[in-house]
Write a protein of this length. Structure first.
Length: 141
């Protein structure tokens, strides 16, 4: 099972609009479930599960946790994706999760190396990388 989780970007957009930016890449690159925090109250026919805190998401799924942020220790290029995983994006680390033995920290290299990627953009990159590696980079379809 592949679960993608993040934090709603309150203040610049509404969750109902932001949902679309997460949902399409999640579907096309093979994510199974989508979870966000905090609870916004949007009603989307169970297309997103909302939790009060990131820790609640982690406890609910009980999957290996992969924290994706600019301070990650493992570059995406060399990362081997586990079969089942909970990928956390978008200000979720906040220093509270990195370093736990049950978590991996993943870094997406950028030209500026300043972490200027939105969570939904990082999620697209990571799921695309996972898709390519699972399918053996086969471009001859």
């Amino acid at each position: 099972m592949v679960v993608v989780a993040g934090v709603w970007e309150e203040g610049w957009n509404t969750p109902i609009k932001e949902f679309d930016m997460w949902q399409y890449p999640l579907k096309v690159f093979g994510g199974d479930e989508f979870a966000m925090t905090p609870v916004s109250g949007i009603r989307l026919n169970n297309k997103v599960k909302e939790f009060h805190k990131v820790d609640d998401i982690i406890q609910h799924y009980g999957l290996p946790v992969i924290v994706c942020d600019e301070n990650g220790t493992t570059p995406l290029e060399t990362f081997e994706h586990p079969k089942d995983a909970l990928y956390l994006f978008n200000r979720v680390s906040g220093g509270t999760h990195l370093g736990k033995e049950t978590e991996t920290s993943l870094r997406i290299e950028t030209k500026l190396s300043q972490g200027l990627i939105w969570g939904h953009q990082a999620m697209s990159i990571v799921l695309y990388d996972r898709f390519l590696k699972e399918n053996g980079n086969n471009n001859n379809r």
